[in-house]
Every structure is written in C-alpha cells, then in structure tokens.
Design a protein around this ligand. Structure first.
Ligand code: NAD
Length: 486
C-alpha cells in the first residue's frame, strides 16, 4: 500500500514560514500501523529555539494591541480552513498517530476547529471588575502574559496545539509550540493554517525536539508561561523548572480515572462508556476511565455485554474508514503495555479478553479486559496508557467512592446510574477535575477540562482558559487630595 506523502516542507515553523536547521538531531516519524518511516524532522538547535522565541517576542506587543474582535476573526477564519481541510488533516493525524481515520475525521481537526471558533468568539469578551472605596475606586484589566510555550503529548497532536494556541492567541499572547517528538507533523499544519487565516508572523511558532528542547523553552527568561500536556513525572520537572523563574503553568497530566457503574444503570450505556473510556484511540487518552468499578450484582451481565461488544472491533489499515481500532502510537508504548500485561498476569489477574500483541506489522495490542483484581495490583494503580480495562466490583456507594478516590491521580471520573440524586452526590464526591454522569470522555470546547491532585494544575477550554492565559492588573484611581504624614 502506498501511503500519502507525510514529509513536511521543513521541520519547524517560525516567523510565518517553514524553517530548517539540519544540524539538529534527526527524528524519524514512524507510521505506527506498519512501523515504516514516513518522514524525518530535525530537533531544534539552540539557534532555532532562539529564532522562534525572538520572533514571538517581536510579534506579541502589536498583537496584544490589536482590536480583540480582529484577533477573534483570525481564529474563526482558521477554524473554517481547518474544517474545509478536515479530511487531509485527519489523514495526516492518522499517519502521525496511527489512530483510525474513522476517529480522526471527527475528533482531531474538528476539535481543534471548535477551540479556534470558541476562543475566536470570546476574544472580545475579556473583562475585569470595578470596585468602589468611598470616593476612590479601582478596576482590574486582564493583560496577556506575553510569550507562552505549549508542549504537547503524542496522542492528540492537532487538538493539543489548538487547545493551547487558541486561548493564548485570543487573549493577545504569542505561542511557541513544541509537539511531542513522536508526532511532530500536525502542529506544523495548524501553524500554516493560522498564517493563511491572517495571523501575523511570529505569533504561533512550532519547534521540534525531545525533552531537552522543551526544557530549554521552559527556562528561557523570555517565556512567561508554560502549558504542558504530558505525564506526571514530566509535569513535575516542568513545573519545578518554571517555578524557578516564577512562570505561570498549566499542567494537563496523566490519570487512572474511575468509572462507577451502579446496578440501576442503563447497562448498554455503561458498557459503551467503558468502551469509549478504555479503547478509543487504543486507550491512549489521559482521561480514560481505566478502573471500572461495577456493582457486584451486575458484574456477570456487564462482562457478557462487554465481551460481545468486543466482537465488533475491526483492526486493519487505519486509513480505511471501516477500521475502528488502531495500533499504539509508538513501539515503546506497545512494549510498556505488554509489560503491564505480564505484570498483571504474574500478580494474579485474569485476562477476560485480549491480552496479547496482535500478529501483524506495526505496534498493535488487543483490546484487553482484566478481572479478578484488587486495588493494590499494579494494573489498577498505574497509568498504562493503552487498551487495558481493569474491571473491579464494589458493594455500595460509600465504598465505591472511597476506592475511586484512593489514588494520587485526579484527572477524571464517571458514574452510571439512573438515580438522579445519587449521580450528583457521587459526582461531587469524586476527587477529579472532570466528571461525567451517564457519559464518558466528551470534551466540548466550552467545558473546562483538567486535573486535580497529581493530574494537573489549571484548566483548558471554556472561559477559564482565558484566565489562565492572562493576569489581572489592578488600577487604583484616587479622586481626592493625597494625604501624607509630613
Ligand atoms: P511525556 O511526559 O513523555 O512528554 C510530554 C511532552 O513533554 C513531550 O513533548 C516531551 O518531549 C516533553 N518533555 C519531556 N521532558 C521534558 C522536560 N524535561 N522539559 C520540557 N518538556 C519535556 O508524555 P507523553 O508520553 O508524550 O504523553 C503521554 C502522557 O500524557 C500520559 O501520561 C497522558 O495521560 C498524558 N496526557 C494528558 C492529557 C491531559 O489533558 N491531561 C492529554 C494527553 C496526554
């Protein structure tokens, strides 16, 4: 099979155009479905990083002074362009990540376009407050932070670039974005489209590289904020480095989220939620509900339906729209998942479905369901980031909540029940940044998304993201005589 050409014009996008420096370490881009190299980019050299930051600094002040309605218009034009090119962008996302085209057509460029449109609409609505102190008064305005750095994970390269770029640009900042070295292609297209939509050069730059490039960006004194999507260990490093220079941070990190399925739940919906929350994107979703707690009495029925639904899995060429399950994005991630499965078996787990590498080229692991588990087992405690669902049972609400919360992570949680009062009671008892009731993993642009506890700081999307890319300046207005002691 001949794959579409994925080689970008050049590795980086700086000051409105593609830029190259072949002195940087080559980074192969591998199509996960076959393991073949489909493109090569070069990691940013210090000179490239400097050019990107310098052009962002140059462009930012004028952009901050631009009428916010005009800023919004640029973002909304970019949203339209992304939608018009959805198929081409979705194919690139599939080549970059291995996710099936069936998914990428509806979840990546479309989600990026939603964010651009949403923040484009909000751009002119950044407001402060006013307060009165007798005759004197004060007011606040929200000021952009300046140059912001975005650092991405490899599972949603288009979406992450847009979820960070759109609110940053709407509020008058410039952004230098470093995609994951595993999926470097899609953010370049976002940069290209923003320029075509009329964004002035320098405001959204893309530089490639491994962690060291991210680290160089994080500590550069020209940078006011770092927004990272990645794992908890990387988040700790990046937040610590940013704190050294008192930079703002948003941390979108990993999770081990619970789903509680009560015996009165609509079982088909609960099974669908668990499938979406474990096997979509082959499980490479931060907010996945990988600890599925099923109330004891319905465990057999839940497992029966789940197993019969797994009969609908279609693997194959991810560019074929009939395929609904893709490979792991990297060989390394496949190896991590397979190691977790070995550990689970050695700790006594039962493999109720799947459990092995798929016998085909590329990095495929079967959708896997583990049962006979206890909360102490490694597969129940650690983020696996692959298609592995751990099914546990619980007796009652109090026990379910306590066990759901017994983790350092706090990204997301879900509850399936027909009891309205219980749904809200359980939702508010979860120690998690985002909770779904009778649904799972939907993240519209107008809804805040982010983690509690070790899963992160700050929120992406919704109005809250506008706050995270601005800071308040308070202005006190003296209306009378100034009194002084002497
Ligand atoms: P990762 O932490 O390995 O890498 C994330 C990014 O950080 C990459 O671009 C990497 O190059 C960069 N990086 C690594 N070390 C760095 C350093 N010292 N300084 C600056 N940057 C550095 O994560 P990953 O393996 O790419 O992605 C998977 C993880 O991301 C999972 O834990 C997943 O849960 C999480 N994730 C979270 C969200 C969310 O919104 N909460 C979304 C997607 C993925």
């Amino acid at each position: 099979m001949t794959l579409p050409n994925a080689q970008p014009t050049a590795s980086h996008f700086i000051d409105g155009d593609y830029a190259e420096d072949t002195a940087g370490t080559p980074i192969p881009v591998i199509y996960p479905a076959t393991g073949e190299t489909i493109a090569t980019v070069h990691a940013a050299t210090p000179a490239i990083v400097d050019r990107a930051l310098a052009s962002a600094v140059r462009a930012q002040a004028d952009w901050a002074a631009t009428d916010p309605t005009e800023r919004g218009r640029v973002l909304r034009r970019a949203a339209d362009l992304m939608r018009a090119r959805n198929r081409e962008l979705s194919e690139l996302e599939t080549l970059d990540t291995g996710k099936p085209l069936q998914e990428t057509l509806v979840a990546d460029a479309t989600s990026g376009a939603d964010a651009l449109e949403y923040f484009g609409g909000l751009a002119a609505d950044v407001t402060g407050t006013a307060m009165q102190f007798g005759g004197d008064w004060a007011y606040t305005i929200r000021r952009p932070l300046g140059v912001c750095v975005g650092i991405g994970a490899w599972n949603y390269p288009t979406q992450i670039a847009c979820w960070k770029g759109a609110p940053a640009l709407a509020t008058g900042n410039a952004m230098v974005f470093k995609p994951s070295e595993m999926t470097p292609l899609c953010a370049l297209k976002v940069a290209e489209i923003l320029i075509e939509a009329g964004l002035p050069a320098g405001l959204f730059n893309v530089v490639q590289g491994l962690g060291e490039v991210g680290a160089a960006l994080t500590t550069d004194p020209r940078v006011a904020k770092v927004s990272l999507t990645g794992s908890v260990p990387t988040g700790r490093k990046v937040a610590a480095a940013a704190a050294g220079e008192m930079k703002h941070v948003t941390m979108e990190l990993g999770g081990k989220s619970p789903i509680l399925v009560f015996e009165d739940a609509d079982l088909d919906d609960a099974v669908s939620g668990a499938i979406n929350g474990n096997f979509y994107s082959s499980g490479q979703v931060c907010s996945n509900g990988t600890r599925v707690f099923v109330q004891e009495s319905i465990l057999p029925a839940f497992l029966d339906r789940l197993k019969s639904r797994l009969g609908g899995v279609v693997m194959g060429d991810p560019l074929d729209e009939a395929v609904n399950f893709g490979p792991m994005t990297t060989e390394a991630q496949m190896d991590i998942v397979l190691r977790h499965l070995d550990t689970a078996r050695s700790e006594g787990a039962t493999v109720a479905a799947g459990g092995t590498r798929v016998d085909r080229e590329g990095f495929w692991v079967e959708p896997t369901v583990l049962t006979d588990l206890s909360d102490e087992m490694t597969c129940v405690r650690e983020e696996i980031f692959g298609p592995v669902m751990s099914v546990l049972t619980f007796k009652n609400e109090a026990e379910g909540i306590a066990r759901a919360n017994a983790t350092d992570f706090g990204l997301s949680a879900g509850v399936f029940t027909r009891d309205l009062a219980r749904a809200h009671r359980v939702a508010s008892a979860f120690e998690a940044g985002t909770v779904w009731i009778n649904q799972y993993n939907l993240t519209p642009a107008g809804m805040p998304f982010g983690g509690s506890k070790a899963s992160g700081i700050g929120r992406e999307n919704a109005r809250m993201a506008m706050d995270h890319f601005t800071e308040a300046q308070t202005i006190y207005v003296g209306m009378g005589k100034v009194e002084a002691a002497f």
